[in-house]
Design a protein around this ligand. Structure first.
Ligand SMILES: Cc1cc2nc3c(=O)[nH]c(=O)nc-3n(C[C@H](O)[C@H](O)[C@H](O)COP(=O)(O)OP(=O)(O)OC[C@H]3O[C@@H](n4cnc5c(N)ncnc54)[C@H](O)[C@@H]3O)c2cc1C
Length: 241
């Protein structure tokens, strides 16, 4: 066998992307005997974790444009994770946590709230019941009570979807439709039920979608509202919430 055969050399690992996932992976693998290469398309690391300085009105303020909130409790390995994917994500997050701890970056306790205003016709905030109700006249509005009812219903019952078999709707058009799977049977590539389909199937109101769910999800994640409703899988969203 040649002295420098490929078996003698450490295995090489390529990590594509230097966001928190890539950095977490790199940190977790750094003490193992591998040649690790991190590929990042941008001139800076961090991906969605990005702080820019806002300057104006005589002020200079650091603003996090993406990733802001993390905590030691969620960003650690949890052996009760449901799936391998979840486990992998937790490993990356735990390693990212260890990475920033080793740099001496401290986390600080904070709170998180949300407020929403649509042309001042309807607005709500998450800080208290009275902030949610806003105008006293809302208390006399069936429209408003339907919104409250749907919020309560969603929070109480939506997780039921997670214990049902995965809901599949029409098959995606796919060139693989007629291919055989490994057992010789036919399989079809199918699409998960979107959040819009789930809400429609359960007769959720328009105000619940427009004034609660879309702002709560699409705004912080910078997702196009229409794309969110038609493409975001219901089960993924409900599991996240
Ligand atoms: C507005 C916003 C706010 C968020 N706030 C939070 C929060 O507060 N807390 C939280 O936990 N999560 C938050 N998230 C989610 C969180 O930011 C992301 O889940 C996390 O940052 C994703 O990290 P990542 O490394 O997987 O991907 P990214 O951060 O997207 O990094 C991917 C990296 O890969 C690079 N890349 C892509 N393609 C290639 C290629 N072909 N070759 C080389 N490099 C490539 C990109 O340039 C990028 O740097 C937020 C997301 C958004 C959009």
């Amino acid at each position: 066998m040649a002295a420098n055969s490929s078996q003698d050399r450490p295995k090489r690992i390529a990590i594509v992307g230097g966001g928190i996932s890539g950095i977490g992976c790199l940190w977790g693998l750094k003490d193992l005997d591998y040649d690790i290469y991190l590929y990042e398309a941008e001139p800076r690391l961090g991906g969605h974790a990005n702080t820019v300085m806002f300057q104006g009105r005589g002020l200079s303020v650091p603003v996090d444009t993406g990733f802001i909130a993390m905590n030691e409790q969620n960003y650690r390995k949890n052996s009760r994770s449901a799936s391998e994917d979840e486990m992998l994500i937790q490993v990356c997050l735990a390693e990212f946590n260890r990475f920033i701890t080793s740099l001496g970056v401290k986390t600080i306790p904070t709170d998180m709230s949300f407020s929403f205003s649509m042309d001042r016709t309807f607005e709500w905030a998450s800080t208290s019941m009275s902030a949610f109700v806003g105008k006293a006249s809302n208390l006399l509005s069936p429209w408003f009570w339907r919104l409250v009812f749907d919020i309560a219903r969603f929070n109480l019952f939506a997780t039921g979807l997670l214990v049902q078999p995965i809901d599949l709707v029409d098959p995606l058009p796919s060139p693989f439709h007629d291919e055989k799977d490994l057992d010789g049977g036919h399989y079809q590539e199918q699409k998960l039920e979107s959040i819009d389909e789930y809400l429609g199937r359960n007769s959720y109101s328009n105000q619940f979608k427009k004034y609660y769910l879309i702002p709560m999800i699409a705004a912080p994640w910078c997702i196009d509202p229409d794309e969110f409703m038609s493409n975001f899988p219901a089960a993924t969203l409900i599991q996240f919430m």
